[in-house]
Design a protein around this ligand. Structure first.
Ligand code: MSP
Length: 476
């Protein structure tokens, strides 16, 4: 007997700050990761797909205080909102990690800290610097634009305190080499170049802890009860803590680490491409294989903000159009690695043209002809083949390809006119209809990783040789 070795695939998203509920940017990232996970499963890989919430730090503590809430209740509430969104978007994650989880996450984060400490890479020093609460990061002069953080448009706070520092400088040459050679692949290329340029400008050792009397809401540090872990050591370690790293139950860690793919937004690339690899090197652990960087989602060319009144929530779109439509929009109308844009008008136009009148209409037309003219379901083959577009994380190109198949099939109906042919040459017309059902089936197979529910509905209709019980895309 041969024991076929099953290849593993470990994909992660960033863990979202539990200082508010989710927005569309979070939805975009989770959907992209879900497509990867579903696609890799279709290729018969043993997939582990991780997402979760990032729950410590000053920003969260302050927001909870402002809202007169106990911080634990506050993060529970927000973390639940993220989990609810995952369910309504049909995200197939295998686990949901929470950094406030003392049983799962803390031992992993603390064990990693210990390894870095034992490697001699942590030292205590006085720190004076600018701290952006929005980024939960110390910024250097170089990061500021008009003395403000470019991402949060706010002047950072000046902070003076004693911290542990991490000797990132010790690992920077090795990291540069690995990024250059794509041993640690950063995709797209423009982001790789951006990181290499950042490394060339010089990377300073970074603050790795905060005094407990200034920030109590964090993970305790082994052997020093005056400090808590600074949020990046706390947060980045989720990728291994979730797998049981640092506990006795670390089979998943042994099986799935290193990550095959981290999916992150452009604002946190440097943490993932510089700090995280340095931490792993220091601890003697393997590096992730690839980091995919997506852009930001705007609305009407501007960052969504309450004051501009252009905020669209995932819930309101799902409520009106359904989760599949939102998946469609974020995968097709946004170039996977560039900034994208969404407005209600754009959404409606895309929905009507490509879902209601596109895929929905095609499915009804074909299945109506099949139901009326064929006496048994068409024998279909379900062949899943690798896609260069999905391998390269070019979700938009993959979607374009699927919609090309939809247009071609529409054209085929126009050219063959089976509904007329049936009166003249029924045998030939039935062949055409069977052919159309086959084509529709191939489209449904392509849709499995991107729009799983629609794919399933189409496949069920084909199996039962009937129209879908309700239109695929019905606006509420
Ligand atoms: N908690 C950190 C990540 C820690 S990972 C070890 C964080 N959280 S976040 O909630 O601010 O962002 C989570 C993810 O959403 C990040 O990848 C971020 O880039 C992404 N996005 C945040 N705003 C976004 C848009 N407007 N558009 C697309 N993605 C965006 O950063």
């Amino acid at each position: 007997m041969f024991n076929k070795k099953i290849e593993k695939f470990y994909v992660t998203t960033a863990i979202d700050y539990a200082n508010a509920g989710p927005h569309l940017g979070h939805a975009l990232e989770k959907i992209q990761a879900d497509v990867v996970a579903r696609y890799q499963r279709l290729l018969d890989k043993d997939v582990y797909f991780l997402t979760g919430t990032d729950e410590h730090g000053i920003k969260i503590l302050r927001t909870a205080e402002r809202e007169h809430k106990n911080v634990t209740d506050f993060v529970n509430e927000n973390s639940d909102k993220f989990r609810k969104l995952l369910t309504s978007l049909n995200i197939s994650n295998d686990y949901f990690v929470r950094t406030s989880d003392k049983k799962v996450h803390w031992p992993g984060a603390q064990f990693l800290w210990k390894k870095i400490f034992e490697a001699g890479d942590l030292y205590k020093a006085n720190y004076k610097g600018f701290y952006c609460v929005g980024c939960e990061a110390f910024l250097t002069e170089k990061d500021l634009v008009d003395r403000k953080c470019p991402y949060h448009d706010k002047e950072p706070e000046l902070i003076m305190e004693e911290n542990y520092f991490f000797k990132i400088s010790k690992y920077i040459d090795e990291i540069r080499k690995k990024i250059k050679s794509d041993e640690l692949e950063i995709y797209p290329r423009s982001r790789k170049n951006e990181i290499l340029a950042m490394i060339d400008r010089g990377v300073e050792d970074i603050s790795f802890s905060r005094p407990k009397d200034k920030l109590s809401w964090g993970i305790d540090i082994p052997n020093d009860d005056t400090q808590v872990m600074y949020v990046w050591c706390d947060a980045l370690s989720n990728y291994i803590s979730a797998l049981g790293f640092g506990t006795d139950e670390d089979e998943d860690y042994k099986k799935f680490w290193p990550a095959d793919l981290h999916i992150v937004g452009k604002d946190i690339l440097r943490f993932h491409a510089i700090i995280w690899p340095a931490m792993l090197l220091s601890a003697g652990l393997s590096l992730p294989k690839k980091i995919f960087v997506h852009g930001f989602l705007n609305s009407g060319g501007k960052k969504m903000s309450k004051s501009l009144g252009n905020v669209i929530t995932p819930e309101e779109i799902i409520e009106e159009y359904g989760a599949e439509a939102l998946r469609y929009y974020l995968l097709r109308e946004v170039t996977s690695y560039e900034d994208g844009d969404i407005t209600k008008e754009k959404f409606k136009t895309a929905y009507n043209a490509n879902l209601a009148n596109g895929l929905g209409n095609l499915t009804s037309r074909i299945m109506k002809m099949a139901e009326n003219n064929l006496d048994k379901p068409v024998d279909i083959e379900r062949e899943v083949s690798p896609s260069d577009f999905l391998d390269n994380l070019e979700f938009h190109k993959f979607m374009d390809y699927v919609w090309e198949q939809i247009s071609e099939t529409d054209l085929y109906i126009q050219e063959t006119e089976p509904f007329k042919l049936i009166k003249i040459n029924p045998a030939q017309a039935k062949d055409v209809i069977r052919d159309l059902v086959q084509k529709l089936n191939s489209i449904a197979v392509l849709l499995e990783p991107v729009m799983p529910e629609s794919a399933q509905k189409i496949q069920n209709a084909i199996k039962e040789n009937r129209m879908p019980s309700e239109p695929l895309f019905l606006r509420k």
